[in-house]
Design a protein around this ligand. Structure first.
Ligand SMILES: Nc1ncnc2c1ncn2[C@@H]1O[C@H](COP(=O)(O)OP(=O)(O)OP(=O)(O)O)[C@@H](O)[C@H]1O
Length: 228
């Protein structure tokens, strides 16, 4: 691609919310989980979405992932070819119990139709990147919480996404182990060139990322509001 076009493509948003809102339920019992949020993620971004439980962080992340549709406003992925370019890491156990670690890591590659001879090698390389190569033959039940999250990160890294979205990835871990999982996520994003968005209610996790955006009662606060 010609240099200036490439530069233009790099600057385009990987995901963009324009006044995107999500309401659950109707009438008197309706809950506005996210009020019109305007937000953009670009290549190279490292963003923490912070806020207390129930403030709308997961719902915003689901909107960014296309897992939820906005009830008003719009979400688009101008610089992404499709959902396969998004990797998701969740808070709780997400590995398939009957598959060992390398099989779990390989699963998205198999589903994407990657040739069989490349699947295992790619999965092992992803496990090596997160420091979990020695766990390859274990079953999920034989892993600690921190090890499981490393494998969940490896499974995302294996597909070389351009955008990694992690929903409270350290929420069920001790603080020290959580910090290590966050380091693994940041390193994985750096090495694969992916943008990274992490939701967390833990300030010590958020402060590891250079950009932090706070949510309160479903509102994504402006950086200026956060300072005031
Ligand atoms: N599927 C749903 N149906 C009804 N209400 C929902 C649904 N998902 C979320 N909500 C409500 O929307 C609000 C925001 O929830 P959300 O899970 O996005 O917050 P959060 O900040 O991620 O919280 P937590 O840190 O506890 O996961 C909450 O009041 C929640 O009860």
């Amino acid at each position: 691609m010609n240099g200036s076009l490439q530069q233009g493509a790099d600057k385009a948003a990987l995901v963009e919310c324009r006044d995107a809102a999500r309401t659950f339920g109707r009438g008197e019992t309706a809950v506005v989980a996210v009020h019109g949020a305007t937000f953009r993620v670009r290549t190279g971004d490292r963003i923490a979405i912070t806020g207390p439980s129930g403030s709308g962080k997961s719902t915003l992340l689901h909107l960014l992932a296309g897992l939820e549709l906005p009830t008003s406003g719009a979400v688009s992925w101008p610089a992404l070819a499709g959902p396969r370019e998004i990797g998701l890491v969740f808070q709780g156990p997400s590995l398939i119990p009957a598959l060992n670690v390398v099989e779990n890591t390989a699963l998205p590659l198999v589903l994407a139709g990657v040739p069989e001879e490349r699947v295992r090698l790619t999965a092992l390389a992803a496990l090596a990147m997160v420091g979990a190569a020695d766990l390859a033959d274990r079953l999920p039940e034989e892993l600690s919480g921190g090890q499981s999250q490393r494998v969940a990160v490896a499974r995302v890294v294996a597909i070389a996404p351009r955008l990694i979205l992690a929903d409270e990835p350290t929420g069920q871990l001790d603080r020290a182990i959580g910090q290590r999982v966050l380091d693994v996520l940041v390193t994985a994003a750096d090495e694969t060139g992916a943008a990274l968005v992490v939701t967390t209610h833990d300030p010590s996790v958020a402060e590891r990322l250079p950009v932090r955006r706070a949510m309160h009662d479903g509102r994504l606060l402006d950086p200026a509001e956060e300072r005031s």
